[in-house]
Write a protein that binds this ligand. Structure first.
Ligand code: DC
Length: 222
């Protein structure tokens, strides 16, 4: 690792419970929580806003070159602004849900966002959730969890959130792309949250991380 800060990597398919787990770990252990999906969503949002075809990789890459991306932290949570604008709830719109996997498959998009993601570790201890955090962003961290849940449970979670999101289709695209596909990272502990409550899922995750050598008492507030 580039410095003494700790990175916890949480990967898994859509609606598997990554954000909930990352938020809980962030609050309990005082870690910066980075939602890497929001970064791919923000680029997608800007591409759609500019009327660019997300399937036209060359046009997306050209727009990426113009785009100012500011990644910061507010409280303990990551923030993102595109050309000075916070996209807010629009990051989770149906249009963005539908096209984010297409934009996220473009290698140049990934290269730029991975570099921004790694910079968070210079700021403090980090829990980062996504699809390639344990495999590509922080492959050297010993603290990795791959979280999963039944497809029906995941689809139901999105409905409960009031979102229109074809999670299985996104997972298929995210798992089959050439660059940094969704995969169980080497050394990751696998946690299925289907039968868990938030509390029991977080407890199980902390136990797995401690099994990987994480000293939760030592990093709290560091
Ligand atoms: O975590 P999420 O559902 O908000 O992520 C949205 C999309 O972003 C996801 O379908 C694929 C892409 N993504 C990615 O390719 N790599 C990441 N580390 C995080 C998200």
């Amino acid at each position: 690792m580039s410095n003494e800060h700790v990175a916890i990597a949480i990967d898994g398919p859509a609606a598997s419970g990554k954000s909930t787990l990352a938020r809980e770990l962030s609050q309990r252990l005082g870690l910066i929580m980075v939602n890497s999906g929001a970064m791919y969503r923000a680029v997608t949002w800007q591409v759609l806003r500019k009327g660019i075809d997300p399937f036209d990789s060359a046009a997306v890459v050209a727009e990426l070159g113009q785009m100012k991306l500011d990644c910061g932290v507010e409280g303990l949570a990551s923030t993102i602004r595109v050309d000075g604008v916070d996209p807010g709830d629009e990051l989770r719109s149906e249009a963005v849900n539908r096209r984010v996997s297409t934009v996220a498959a473009i290698p140049e998009v990934r290269e730029r966002l991975v570099a921004l993601q790694r910079r968070y570790l210079e700021v403090g201890n980090v829990v980062m959730e996504g699809r390639d955090i344990g495999s590509v962003v922080f492959p050297e961290t010993p603290y990795k969890i791959y979280i999963d849940a039944d497809a029906t449970v995941r689809a139901q979670r999105r409905v409960e959130m009031g979102e229109v999101d074809a999670v299985e289709e996104r997972d298929r695209e995210d798992s089959s792309r050439k660059t940094a596909p969704l995969t169980v990272p080497l050394g990751a502990a696998v946690l299925d949250t289907s039968g868990h409550t938030i509390e029991s899922g977080v407890a199980a995750a902390i136990e797995l991380l401690e099994g990987q050598g994480l000293k939760t008492e030592a990093i709290r507030g560091r």
